[in-house]
Design a protein around this ligand. Structure first.
Ligand code: NDP
Ligand code: GDR
Length: 371
């Protein structure tokens, strides 16, 4: 029998990689997507199947984590063997501007799914994965962070995810459900949302290199993150639901890097060396060498500047995870290190913007975007 998986957040970065992985493993994959006034399926369009095809293995349903009735309807219809709750308002800074919505989707959303599993009598059939996060550690209480490090959330997003974490543990302990938290550290890819710092940087590097952008404004360059590749992390999610008993796992690389260093690595990928000068909001990144014939950026040009608009009301300064449990118990083996991740992201964005560069050189206007 084909296993059936249901993903919330199927249109997001992880939803796309996990769908690919599960389809490769022979699953029938169902995804919940929100209604939107524009198409929001760019990351999964390559998986689309004509609904008239006989052997449907990738099926989308409209629904929303803030709407119990849609969650119950989809679960009843799909009767999944596995649920991956990836849907969330996932931007930390945005959560300060929309705290109540973030709580509704990220905290109560997890509860809605767990309750639907219970009320529909699926608790012995359906395994549940909750997308928990290293943001739970916030103001960190130990370095590196493990499954037993105390939490200290620092944003409405992290507080909402704290509820999601504990309600998952609670349903496991109260009702004997197979429910797990993956405490995943930052994971990135060419599919990463454009307003997260890594993708914002790799897009800007490509555009600056191709002459489509002058400068990149960033916030806190000192923040340190443990960055891995989303593809590797989706493998860990799947492994967590294949064990004899449900447990919570940290998924991380064990290496932490400041935002400033990520910027340096990304520019180096297109042959540009930067020097950082000044401090605080006066810090800038200036080109000191440009060694690639395809990218002509003048020496001495300021390409990085700091805009306090991107500072957060409360910052998470340093995250670094200890993935030993995931490696030992799940046999999880990551395949990317940071240089390989940066290389893939920068090259993908160069590829993406090459067409705009040609249009611009030919006298056409190129689209501007809001950040
Ligand atoms: P994305 O922001 O790329 O994707 C979020 C997904 O959730 C999108 O499909 C989005 O839909 C959907 N969504 C948002 N609000 C709702 C809602 N109310 N109802 C239903 N769906 C909704 O996130 P990632 O793929 O990067 O992350 C996946 C999950 O893992 C998230 O829960 C995130 O918080 C968590 N996480 C992520 C980490 C990371 O580094 N990427 C690390 C640790 C945890 P739409 O496309 O319509 O916006
Ligand atoms: P994060 O990711 O908050 O860790 O949450 P993000 O990439 O947004 O920020 C990482 C760090 O970079 C600093 N920073 C900036 N961030 C953004 N977005 N834009 C900027 O211009 C900028 N300049 C500096 C931030 O202050 C921060 O310290 C991500 C999300 O995917 C969450 O959903 C997930 O739970 C965690 O990772 C683990």
């Amino acid at each position: 029998m084909k296993k059936r998986a249901l993903l919330t957040g199927v249109t997001g970065q992880d939803g796309a990689y996990l769908s690919e992985l599960l389809l490769e493993k022979g699953y029938e994959v169902h995804g919940i997507k929100r209604r939107s006034s524009l198409f929001n399926t760019a990351r999964i369009d390559h998986l689309y199947q004509d609904p008239h095809d006989e052997d449907q293995r990738f099926i989308l349903h409209y629904g929303d984590l803030t709407d119990s009735s849609s969650i119950i309807r989809v679960l009843q219809e799909v009767q999944p063997d596995e649920i991956y709750n990836l849907g969330a308002q996932s931007h930390v800074q945005v959560s300060f501007e929309a705290p109540e919505y973030t709580a509704n989707s990220d905290a109560v959303g997890a509860l809605r799914i767990l309750e639907a599993i219970r009320l529909l009598g699926l608790k012995d059939k359906t395994r549940f994965y909750q997308a928990s996060t290293s943001e739970l550690y916030g103001k960190v209480q130990a370095i590196p962070q493990t499954e037993t490090t105390p939490f200290y959330p620092r944003s409405p997003y992290a507080v909402a995810k704290l509820y999601g974490y504990w309600i998952t543990v609670n349903y496991r302990e109260s009702y004997g459900m197979y429910a797990c938290n993956g405490i995943l550290f930052n994971h990135e890819s060419p599919l990463r949302g454009e307003t997260f710092v890594t993708r914002k940087i790799t897009r800007a590097v490509a555009k600056i290199g191709l002459g489509l952008q002058e400068k990149l404004w960033l916030g806190n360059l000192d923040a340190q993150r443990d960055w891995g590749h989303a593809k590797d992390y989706c493998e860990a999610m799947w492994l967590m639901l294949q064990q004899p008993s449900p447990e919570d796992y940290v998924v991380a690389t064990g290496v932490t890097t400041p935002v400033r260093e990520f910027v340096r690595l990304a520019f180096a990928e297109i042959g540009i060396s930067l020097a950082f000068q000044g401090e605080g909001i006066a810090e800038t990144g200036v080109v000191v060498a440009c060694n690639h014939p395809a990218y002509q950026v003048p020496i001495g040009k300021t390409v990085i500047a700091v805009d306090p608009r991107y500072f957060r009301p409360a910052e998470v300064d340093l995250l670094v995870g200890d993935p030993r449990k995931a490696k030992e118990k799940l046999g999880w083996v990551p395949t990317y290190d940071l240089p390989a991740l940066v290389q893939e992201m920068v090259q993908a964005d160069v590829h993406l913007f090459q067409r705009d560069a040609v249009l611009l050189r030919s006298g056409f206007e190129v689209k501007r975007e809001f950040e």
